[in-house]
Every structure is written in C-alpha cells, then in structure tokens.
Design a protein around this ligand. Structure first.
Ligand code: NDP
Length: 391
C-alpha cells in the first residue's frame, strides 16, 4: 500500500509514524512537516520515504542537507506541498493543523486516495465541497477524530436513516468546574495541559476552551449529514466513551477505548479490516465508573457558537474557523484573554452576517478562501478593539 502523511511531525503525524513503522507492507510516498526539519528527516530516513516536504520555503536547504545521500527527494513551500498531495498514493493522512490542511486534502482525493481525515478544519470550512470531491473521484474519507471514528464504527452495518441522534463526548478539559470569573483569568500554561489526551498545543488549548468540541459538532453535521438537533455533546471526564449513536428503536451503541489516537488512526489504516493495535486494553473493574454531565454553553460559549454555525451552514464554518485561529494565535501571543477568544469569534460572525455571503452555499474553494481571509481581517481588527478597551 502506498501511503503519504501530511503533518507527519505533529502529534497525529507521530502516532501515524508509529503505526507505519510496525508495518512491512507499506511504501511511503511523501511525508510533510513544517519547521521541525530534523524530525521530518529522521522519519523520512526511517520509513525510506520517496519525498519529504517542508511547508516553508526557508527550510529547504536544511532539509536537503539532513537527507543528503538518502535518495529521498526534497521539497519546500506551498507548491511543493500541493505537488506532494498529487503524487499517487492509496492512503493519505491529513494531519496538518488548521486551514492549511484544506488544499492537500482536495488534491489527495482528486487522485483517488483514501483520505484519513484528522484535519477537522477541512470539514468545518468546506464540508459539502470535500464530500462532493470524494464522491466525484470515488475516493473515501475516513474520519480520524476519535469521536467521528467512534460514530463511524458504531454505524457499521446500520442504515443512517435509522439514526435518531449522535452524541459526541467531551472530556470537559482542565477548567470543567471553573466559574466564569476564574475562566477570565486562565493562563497559557494552564490551557496547554490536557487531563487525558496528549495532543498538539493548538488542539489542547481548543479543548480547554471547548472550541475543539465546537469544531467537532460542526464536523459531525458535515460528515454524517445529520440535522443539528440530532447532534449533541456530553461531558464525560474519563474520555473512555468517545461517542454514542442512538437509533429509532431506542438502542444506543457506545464506542469505548483508551484515549489513544492510534485507535482511530489504526482503524482508518486497516479499514475495512480490524488489525491488532498496540493500544492499552480497558480494565473496566479498575475504571469502576464512568461519569457524565451536561455541558454549560454559558461558561463555554464556543458550544453555542457551534450551534449557530450548524444552523447557518454556508460559509459560516470558514468564518468561524478563521476567527478561531486568529483568536488562538492572539491568546498564545498573550494579546487577549482566554474568554476573549469566544468574544472575538462571535463578533466576527456578527459583523459578517449581513451582506457578506456568510450563508451562501459553498460551491467553490475560492469562496471558502475568500471568507477565511475576510474573517481573519475582521478578527484582527477586533483584537485591536479588545486591547484598546482593556488598556
Ligand atoms: P500538531 O500541531 O501537533 O502538528 C501539526 C502538523 O502540521 C505538524 O507536522 C506541523 O509541522 C504541520 N504544520 C503546521 N503548520 C503548517 C502549515 N501552515 N502548513 C503545513 N504544515 C503545517 O497538530 P496535531 O497533530 O495535534 O493536529 C493535527 C490535526 O489533527 C488538527 O487538525 C487537529 O485538530 C486534528 N486532530 C488532532 C488530534 C490529536 O490528538 N492531536 C485528535 C483529533 C484531531 P511542524 O511541527 O514541523 O512545524
């Protein structure tokens, strides 16, 4: 099987690398990374990749040097990334973080690859387009987000028309029980530590603010084609059940597993088979209990905003994601507070609601990119406004 991994040096990329390293039947076509050139070169050597690409032009020489004498081709920059995605492969992992992961995914689908989709931003910003592209090329998208992989697995052999509801679980993050005043004071150090999952910095902070769950609610709508009122989330602090599917006869199928992304990645890699995976087995007696509680959209407004986006659809997902990315950058840079992130996203959507094409159906990638850029500009202006008020 020919395999490419986009975002190989990240958290999902490393878990994918781990699983690929255990297989002898894999031919690695392309591995891509960003600034972590040393790690990308190490991975490329270990897996004898045909091509290694950094997303940044200025990383070219360092990558070339690190891979000298290996026979691995080297590329750098956006064009090289897109070209790598167009190289024929049977299975492509989409694990770049953020909207930058969108175009490589489209290119991979266009050459008929099975797309293992960790980059949830692709579905949030351009869901209908991505699904249509897959259908046009008879390519398959397999969800890698643990909740969506769980729903996908619970639906094997079922008719989607018999599904009443889907519930994706949320750990609630480190601030689950904090009150609104305390949430205003959250620091970067506090936000980038997750109680259960080991993940990249951005998704860890998004989990703490519940923006990650917001993206996942939208992703559920786009991937499974359900109505917003069929989709819900519940706080489940142990992160053992990843999702539940409720059917019209009242039965619910829950997917359980240790919080390890190699479950979902391995399922997508081996699909439609199930192969042995090096993940911890659950000890239910040791776990003893599983807890659930209703989420609180007042303290975590990202959940309320996700509902708005699920109803509006059109380009609102692209605006939501772009504003969220700007807000996250600003929080990481210490320019705004933890709760300002949701304010920034809400104001950006409010500004875009009249006359901007926010709710127009998504028909081309260009309009998604245009909305993304508009939303970023508005969000950046909002940061200045928030800072002026704070000053
Ligand atoms: P990381 O930040 O750990 O890794 C991101 C990867 O993308 C790295 O390889 C990074 O390169 C590369 N990258 C960063 N910016 C760019 C860019 N502009 N262009 C091209 N490549 C870039 O992220 P995660 O692995 O945590 O997440 C990846 C995706 O998977 C996200 O969409 C996330 O929401 C999703 N996901 C993650 C989960 C997890 O457990 N981590 C769970 C479910 C979904 P470098 O590091 O070399 O700079």
């Amino acid at each position: 099987m020919r395999v490419s991994v986009f975002g190989a040096t990240g958290s999902i990329g490393e878990s994918t690398f781990d699983l690929l390293s255990r297989r002898s039947d894999i031919r690695v076509v392309a591995l891509t990374g960003g600034r972590n050139v040393a790690r990308l070169a190490e991975q490329a050597r270990a897996l004898r990749a045909e091509l290694a690409v950094s997303a940044h032009d200025d990383c070219y020489l360092a990558l070339k040097e690190a891979l000298a004498g290996t026979g691995t081709e080297v590329g750098a920059g956006t064009d090289a990334l897109i070209e790598a995605a167009a190289r024929p492969a049977d299975w492509v992992m989409s694990a770049i973080v953020g909207a930058a992961g969108l175009e490589p995914g489209f290119r991979a689908l266009a050459q008929g690859a099975t797309l293992a989709l960790a980059n949830k931003e692709s579905l949030v910003t351009a869901g209908p387009l991505l699904m249509a592209e897959a259908a046009r090329h008879r390519a398959r998208i397999l969800p890698v987000d643990s909740e969506h992989s769980a729903v996908f697995q619970a639906l094997v052999g079922e008719d989607i028309a018999t599904v009443e509801r889907v519930i994706i679980t949320a750990s609630g993050g480190p601030f689950r029980n904090w009150d609104s005043d305390a949430l205003e004071q959250v620091t970067l150090a506090q936000a980038q530590t997750h109680p259960n999952w080991s993940m990249g910095q951005r998704i860890t902070i998004d989990s703490a603010s519940m923006f990650n769950k917001a993206l996942e609610l939208i992703e559920t709508r786009e991937y499974f084609g359900l109505y917003p009122d069929q989709i819900d989330t519940i706080v489940h602090p142990q992160s053992i059940i990843h999702a539940l599917v409720g059917f019209r006869d009242g039965a619910m199928m829950a997917h359980m597993g240790a919080p390890d992304m190699r479950h979902a990645i391995g399922y997508a890699l081996n699909w439609p088979e199930r192969a042995e995976l090096p993940v911890q087995r659950l000890d239910l007696a040791a776990l003893a209990r599983l807890d659930f509680e209703a989420p609180d959209p007042a303290r975590f407004p990202a959940l309320r905003l996700a509902r708005q986006v699920m109803e509006l659809r059109g380009h609102s997902g692209a605006a939501f994601n772009a504003a969220k990315e700007v807000a996250l950058d600003a929080f990481i840079a210490g320019q705004i507070g933890f709760m300002d992130m949701a304010r920034l996203v809400e104001r950006t959507i409010d500004r875009l609601l009249p006359d901007s094409g926010l709710t127009a159906p998504v028909e081309a990638l260009e309009s998604v990119v245009h909305m993304d850029q508009m939303a970023r500009q508005i969000a950046i202006r909002q940061i200045a406004a928030i800072n002026r008020r704070a000053g």
